[in-house]
Design a protein around this ligand. Structure first.
Ligand code: NDP
Length: 274
């Protein structure tokens, strides 16, 4: 029998997840269906309970429900617990299991698809919202020397303190407002702010890129000012958008559900050509 999965969000029409999971299923010969479902803003739990009643096996969760999903779970993985948000639900034995695959998606995209090492590299994470929370643990586990800059500095400090207290990384996270990092250059600069949506640029300059740095924008399918800044630099900065992260987080969710890891480069390629 076909196992049913879905992605829940609002809005959801733009989601590429059904295409990605269909490609994974074809590639790995898994008999699954995967659809995009919109939940009313105040109706996430009702929607999830409805899917469970219809024998769905799991669901991905996207904006704005990742925090609602976190609250709804009976059990959480450590990475979901630390992220404070859930993007992958598994329905099993009358329980809801929550996971967060966004962070491993980012790290896998950088280290495997782009073939860039993170260990011992200086990394500036810009932003302290949901996406930033999800990527700190995997970045630390990959050996990053991490700094976090945010428009509201208290949020950056709070995020850093959460992980510094746990002594997860080899190095303390340095956090604060953008100005604090004005004269510092980084091997990897990650844009986890939502500035791509409003055509803004976080308060950084080309000086923040080290020679041959990676400029990683979590945003995809859109030209951003961050991309333009990276291209303006004369330090051989490599720019990439967040499409690889999107496909990698989906691959990790697929693994959580099906215990099989699909190959991602052909799927990233396929989505790029759409
Ligand atoms: P949130 O709303 O939780 O956080 C937004 C962050 O952006 C905050 O840190 C906020 O700072 C900052 N910000 C907003 N406007 C500005 C501005 N004008 N200047 C500087 N900083 C600003 O969003 P998410 O964390 O959920 O998402 C962030 C981005 O990551 C989105 O573009 C999203 O599409 C992308 N994303 C991509 C994924 C992928 O798979 N590629 C996965 C998840 C997210 P402040 O605290 O001061 O308000």
């Amino acid at each position: 029998m076909t196992d049913k999965y879905a992605v829940i969000g609002n809005p959801i029409w733009h989601s590429k997840s059904p295409l990605i999971h269909a490609a994974f299923a074809k590639q790995t010969h898994q008999d699954i269906s995967y659809e995009a479902i919109e939940a009313p803003l105040d109706g996430f739990e009702v929607k999830v309970r409805g899917l469970i009643a219809q024998d769905y096996k799991g669901a991905n969760v996207t904006v704005p429900f990742k925090f609602d999903a976190f609250k709804l779970c009976d059990e959480l993985t450590q990475r979901a617990q630390l992220a404070g948000a859930v993007n992958t639900l598994t329905f099993r034995q009358n329980k809801i299991f929550g996971d967060n695959t966004d962070g491993v998606g980012l790290v896998a995209d950088i280290t495997q698809n782009l073939n860039i090492a993170i260990n011992q590299k200086s990394v500036l994470l810009m932003g302290a919202g949901g996406a930033a929370y999800g990527v700190v643990l995997p970045l630390l586990e990959a050996g990053a020397i991490l700094s976090i800059a945010n428009r509201t500095p208290e949020k950056a400090t709070q995020l850093a303190n959460t992980f510094n207290k746990l002594e997860i990384g080899k190095f303390e996270i340095n956090a604060g407002e953008f100005l604090k990092f004005k004269n510092q250059s980084f091997d990897i600069v990650i844009n986890a702010t939502s500035t791509g949506l409003t055509d803004d640029l976080p308060d950084i300059s080309v000086n923040n890129f080290a020679a041959n740095a990676l400029a990683y924008d979590m945003m995809y399918s859109r030209e951003t000012k961050f991309k333009k800044l990276a291209e303006e630099s004369d330090k051989q900065v490599k720019f990439t958008d967040g499409l690889g992260m999107l496909v990698q987080q989906a691959a990790e969710a697929f693994y959580v559900w099906r215990y099989i890891r699909p190959s991602t480069p052909p799927v990233i390629q396929m989505i790029r050509t759409l």
